[in-house]
Design a protein around this ligand. Structure first.
Ligand SMILES: Nc1ncnc2c1ncn2[C@@H]1O[C@H](COP(=O)(O)OP(=O)(O)OP(=O)(O)O)[C@@H](O)[C@H]1O
Ligand SMILES: [Mg+2]
Length: 273
């Protein structure tokens, strides 16, 4: 049975779609998993546009309305990576039917990643309910942190386990909130720290996931580490600069997020043995 993972935040533009696409691409391309990425941002869908899909024949909206079979709406991007797009033309749907749809296709994939809407209504609830586990995406500033804490509370109330936070668009400035500040407030571990990287914007213009295009970027390597922790595999960053850092004792595990990933992996996979 595959795992459905919701990518959520209550704030727009923090990086949910970017995370869904790039984590999905890494899981399939680098770790050989069968992955479906789902656009569950019903009012403002754009996941498919990132891959150059503008007007799919059938969409998740059609499936939820009972107008199309889900297998008709799933498109293959490349080997191991599939997408279930939503409709840009707003057809009225009941988002809460999402769980039923996801449950029927779970056995066909290793991972189903759900790109949530930021709207604190039935749209986001639908993702929380359909997901077995969640990542909350945040950025290192107070306004976003406050919405992140609300999202965490809501997920806890709904009983969907939170794997951790994905801290995105980090510029390394001293006015930014630190990982420790964020973890203290949110009481959830940070499992990935993604730098602000213009490569994401470049990949948008190429209609190709950043992690498949910019293989040596720090942000790609961070997605690889995160994916490895989800599949219980070791991932070795073989870039020259990392090898040099390793000589001086600096490894992924010496970073806070790397340590957190090890704890996450150990707790998850010793539990399910
Ligand atoms: N780490 C990053 N560095 C630079 N740009 C980024 C990064 N992450 C995301 N972006 C850019 O920020 C913009 C918003 O990202 P994205 O669409 O993933 O956010 P979102 O949370 O899905 O937004 P919404 O809530 O509106 O759906 C996009 O143009 C994306 O390319
Ligand atoms: Mg989005």
């Amino acid at each position: 049975m595959g795992r459905s993972i919701g990518i959520i935040s209550i704030k727009g533009g923090v990086g949910k779609t970017t995370t869904t696409l790039n984590l999905g691409a890494t899981l399939s391309h680098k770790f050989g998993k069968e992955v479906l990425i789902v656009d569950s941002n019903f009012t403002a869908p754009n996941l498919a546009l990132h891959l150059g899909i503008v007007k799919p024949e059938a969409t998740l909206h059609d499936v939820l309305r009972g107008d199309a079979d889900v297998t008709k709406a799933i498109l293959k991007y490349e080997e191991g990576l599939y997408i279930l797009p939503s409709s840009l033309m707003h057809k009225r749907v009941n988002p809460l039917r999402l769980k039923r749809v996801i449950d029927t296709i779970k056995k066909s994939f290793d991972f189903i990643l759900l790109d949530s809407s930021p709207n604190l209504n039935e749209e986001m609830l639908a993702t929380m309910i359909a997901a077995d586990e969640l990542f909350v995406v945040t950025t290192p500033d107070y306004p976003t942190l406050s919405t992140t804490m609300r999202a965490i509370k809501l997920a806890k109330d709904k009983g969907t386990p939170i794997n951790g936070l994905i801290l995105n668009k980090v510029r390394g400035k001293n006015f930014e909130l630190s990982i420790e500040d964020i973890e203290d407030a949110a009481e959830v571990p940070v499992l990935a720290v993604l730098p602000d990287d213009v490569g994401f914007l470049h990949s948008l213009s190429e209609l190709r996931p950043h992690t498949l295009m910019n293989l040596n970027a720090d942000s790609t390597v961070e997605f690889n580490h995160l994916a490895a922790s989800l599949v219980n595999e070791e991932y070795q960053d073989t870039r020259f600069k990392t090898k040099v850092k390793r000589l001086f004792g600096s490894t992924d595990k010496t970073t806070k997020q790397g340590f957190n990933r090890t704890v996450f992996k150990d707790s998850r996979f010793s539990r399910t043995k």
